[in-house]
Design a binder for this molecule. Structure first.
Ligand code: TPP
Ligand code: MG
Length: 578
């Protein structure tokens, strides 16, 4: 329950902008701020901490923003990122845009400079028209000019972030606002405790019926679970829907673990068979974006890259505008995922016919073959260690610690981890999402540890890690149970490229060879381990989970083992002219 007491002490007759912001957040059950102090918000961080909020201070705003975004995904409450004006704001903006793209609810609260000077472009300290710049990159953007409007401003930001399709919201708080005073009682009255911030959206009954009829007609049905399904926290109903229909399913990356990846209906190990093979596909909180080849082309059995594969689609989504955005959707079901799934579940009743055995057997056959092939690869012990032999270890550790969150970024380090490491619980796999953005690693790891209080394992490409690596200090400072494993293959994709000109600079994809990322962690009092074999990696990971001590393992990976762009080589243009 939210503590309704105000930070303004009862004796004083006035409150101010600082206290009203804090009170408004607390009134709405927000207890954590991820940010980076400086003018004009330093005192806000201080006073928030004094009021009992958790204030997690980062080394770069982008990481604070990513932390806020993933906290939003994990909790359905908007994650708060707090930054200073212009440069701090811009540093946080990438995370805000990424959150919006991924439908993570977050609010970027940024201090800003004097409106009168900014608007006349007279050169204020950190002058920037932040509201205008944020607008196209988020779901909504607001500015509060008067202390008595802080309550409304925060309420609007919360509603915009979590209602409908969640996303990023920008809230601009000019420096002058914080010192404005208000009668304490009037201030308290001006705050709003948002009632029902993310109202359920019940799907129309005829839409549900249409979807069920189409699903029933299928000979080769498939369910696709997206990140939206994971976000919905409708885990039991989603599992019941999958199990009662008996339909094979594919989890998108961050939906892994919604049902355990070892579930017999998972078709993940037969993805390239089920996508072109299915005749009716039910998308639940999954968009037909590039990650699903836009629902057409060869991935789906189409003749060429833009051709429809012949599937009929049911799309369960909170946004009515999602349907038909890439291919025809025969049965859109619009509503919040929880309400839609429970309506579908009610509609299927007890005697839903299982899909034809021919389809299920064909999938099982492919799965078995692929799983056996993978087991063979994972059992090898090559020297040097490669992605597979290292990930065989990570797979065991995650299996033994299903409560742990798994943060993951990189190219090969991402793709191999996604396909090799099984997840067992919902919302435990946190990764690069819709954009495939590098740099989420340490921000996500910090937030995952703070929010879940469980151990966090971050599997990081050495390039990916570099984007947020300085936050190992943050991890040590807050003594978080984070085990970072840097898959060190000396570069982006591989460490083997050479400068084609023969000049002294190394190739653009290559880093310092044999770098010791473990020493970075040691610099701040954490534990650093240099691991060159699966046995060393296993021992170090087990030790990190057991001790809950901040740990960074420099896992040396064969520099020849990766492929360019990992699994998405086909999206990578390369010069035709040699
Ligand atoms: C912000 C951002 N910048 C650049 C990229 C392009 N990019 C994709 S993967 C990657 C790094 C891959 O190298 P690494 O993390 O070491 O993974 P590896 O394939 O070597 O395991 C880069 C730079 C990106 N996705 N996001
Ligand atoms: Mg690398």
């Amino acid at each position: 329950m939210t503590d309704l007491s105000m930070t303004t002490d009862s004796q004083s007759q006035v409150t101010d902008g600082f206290h009203l912001v804090i009170d408004a957040l607390r009134l709405n059950g927000i207890d954590t701020i991820f940010g980076l102090p400086g003018i004009p918000i330093t005192d806000l961080t201080r006073k928030a901490q004094a009021a009992g909020m958790r204030v997690i201070s980062f080394r770069h705003e982008q990481n604070a923003g990513n932390a806020a975004a993933i906290a939003g995904f994990m909790t359905q409450k908007p994650g708060i990122c707090l930054t200073v004006s212009a440069p701090g704001f811009l540093n946080g903006l990438t995370a805000l845009a990424n959150a919006t793209t991924n439908c993570f609810p977050m609010i970027l609260i940024s201090g800003s400079s004097e409106r009168e000077i900014v608007d006349l472009q007279q050169g204020d300290y950190e002058e920037m028209d932040q509201l205008a710049i944020a607008k196209p990159l988020c779901k909504a953007a607001f500015r509060v000019l008067h202390a008595e409007d802080i309550g409304v401003g925060i309420a609007r930001a919360i509603r915009a972030a979590v209602s409908g399709r969640p996303g990023g919201v920008y809230l601009d708080l000019p420096g002058k606002l914080f010192a404005q005073t208000l009668d304490a009682a009037a201030g308290k009255n001006s705050l709003i405790k948002v009632v029902d911030p993310a109202p359920r959206q019940i799907p129309a009954q005829d839409a549900v019926q249409r979807a069920l009829e189409l699903l029933k007609s299928a000979k080769r049905p498939l369910i696709l679970l997206g990140k939206g399904a994971a976000y919905a926290q409708a885990d039991a109903d989603i599992r019941a829907l999958v199990e009662k229909t008996g339909i094979p399913y594919l989890p998108m990356s961050m939906a892994k673990g919604l049902l355990p990846d070892t579930h017999e209906q998972s078709a993940a190990a037969a993805r390239s068979y089920v996508l072109p093979g299915a005749d009716v596909v039910m998308l639940i909180g999954a968009r037909l974006n590039w990650l699903l080849s836009h629902g057409k082309g060869k991935t789906w059995g189409g003749k060429s890259h833009k051709d429809w594969g012949g599937q009929k689609f049911i799309q369960v989504d909170i946004s009515p505008q999602e349907a038909d955005s890439k291919v025809r959707i025969d049965a859109p079901v619009v509503g919040d995922i929880g309400s839609c799934v429970s309506a579908l579940l009610a509609g299927i009743g007890a005697n839903w016919p299982k899909p034809p055995a021919e389809w299920l057997n064909a999938i099982a056959e492919r799965k078995d073959k692929n799983v056996a092939k993978m087991a063979e690869t994972l059992a090898k012990d090559p020297k040097p260690m490669n992605f597979h032999s290292a990930l065989a270890v990570v797979r065991d550790i995650v299996k033994a610690n299903p409560d742990a969150c798994l943060v993951n970024e990189g190219a090969n380090a991402l793709d191999f981890t996604r396909s090799i490491v099984d997840m067992y619980q919902p919302r435990k796999r946190l990764d690069v999402g819709t954009w495939g953005v590098m740099g989420i690693g340490m921000g996500f790891a910090v937030a995952a540890a703070v929010v879940s209080r469980q151990p966090v394992i971050a599997i990081e490409g050495d390039s990916a890690f570099g984007f947020s690596g300085m936050e190992v200090e943050t991890i040590c400072r807050y003594n978080l149970p984070v085990c970072v494993v840097v898959f060190n293959n000396n570069g982006v994709y591989r460490g083997t490229d050479v400068n084609p000109s023969g000049g002294p600079d190394v190739a653009p994809t290559v880093f310092v060879k044999g770098a010791r990322y473990d020493k970075l962690m040691e610099a701040f009092g954490g534990s650093g381990v240099h691991a060159t074999t699966p046995a060393e990696l296993r021992k170090a990971m087990e030790g990190a989970i057991r001790s809950r001590k901040p740990t960074l393992i420099n896992a040396v990976i064969d520099e020849t083992a990766g492929t360019e762009s990992g699994r998405i080589t086909s999206l990578n243009p390369s010069a035709k002219k040699k």
